[in-house]
Design a protein around this ligand. Structure first.
Ligand code: SF4
Length: 273
């Protein structure tokens, strides 16, 4: 939220080019992620007049870790600068557009990875990903009326099928354990061989993954909140996103994919070794 940026330019938040839509549009109930109740379409009490967060450098200690891990994947500036032509005034229709564009931008960020694989022997899957990226990019350039009728679920389904192909291609007939959707909340996984594991949608909240090699492990949609990944090898993980990394607890020894930035708060954590 208001102040973050990582990853490729088109798929990462540029809060300076937005109107803090994510700090105004959603409603929040007070929780471990967001310290206060906030009604929808109402500015957060910490939002400044210049659309910046007044507590950006203290979000975790002030009880707003949910803001640290939130990422619009560049959808916010797309709404303001493209859908609404660079408007300097927030209007309610922007929030509707953001609800469509955020998931589409997340899909694009993931498709980028599969598209890049075209040059690494993934051939047809990479080509299909490039083609789907082009179609989704055309969709996100639509005006507010066009966005209102986009079937986001259908786009996700199509991308999901392509991700299956991508993962299967990378695993080359030698997949690891199939843990898709598994409940691994708080599990000690330090001795599990999770190389090439399928962890799509797995619940890994608070799991102990210290020092684990997750090379070619598929992490699409895995819930990594509070997962201890200190010293883990994540550089070869598949379909991992910046918000997932930010939600986990890593350290200087944790490796991350080249296309993702190392979360700033990791350096403050004690090392696993
Ligand atoms: S705490 Fe800061 S980042 Fe979070 S919603 Fe409020 S203004 Fe936005």
């Amino acid at each position: 939220m208001a102040g973050s940026a990582a990853g490729s330019p088109a798929r990462s938040a540029d809060c300076a080019a937005c109107l803090a839509l994510c700090c105004v549009g959603p409603s929040f109930a007070a929780s471990a992620d967001f310290a206060v109740d906030k009604p929808a379409h109402t500015p957060c009490r910490h939002l400044r007049a210049d659309h910046a967060c007044g507590i950006h450098d203290r979000l975790r200690p002030r009880g707003f870790p949910g803001c640290v891990v939130f990422d619009c994947f560049g959808a916010g500036q797309q709404v303001v600068q493209v859908t609404f032509g660079g408007s300097d005034r927030r209007v309610p229709a922007m929030f509707d557009a953001l609800e469509v564009l955020r998931p589409l931008h997340e899909v694009l960020a993931l498709l980028d990875e599969a598209a890049r694989s075209g040059g690494a022997g993934a051939g047809a899957v990479g080509d299909d990903a490039v083609a789907l990226v082009a179609r989704v990019e055309e969709t996100v350039r639509g005006d507010a009326d066009a966005l209102a009728v986009v079937d986001v679920a259908a786009v996700r389904r199509e991308a999901g099928a392509l991700f299956d192909e991508y993962v299967a291609t990378v695993h080359a007939g030698r997949p690891g354990p199939d843990l898709r959707g598994a409940d691994l909340l708080g599990a000690d996984l330090r001795r599990r061989d999770l190389r090439a594991a399928r962890l799509r949608g797995a619940l890994l909240v608070g799991a102990d993954l210290r020092g684990v090699d997750l090379d070619r492990a598929e992490l699409l949609g895995a819930d990594l909140r509070g997962a201890d990944v200190r010293g883990a090898r994540l550089d070869g993980a598949l379909l991992l996103t910046a918000p997932q990394l930010a939600a986990a607890r890593g350290d200087a020894a944790t490796t991350v994919p080249d296309h993702l930035a190392r979360p700033e708060h990791w350096t403050a954590l004690p090392s696993a070794r």
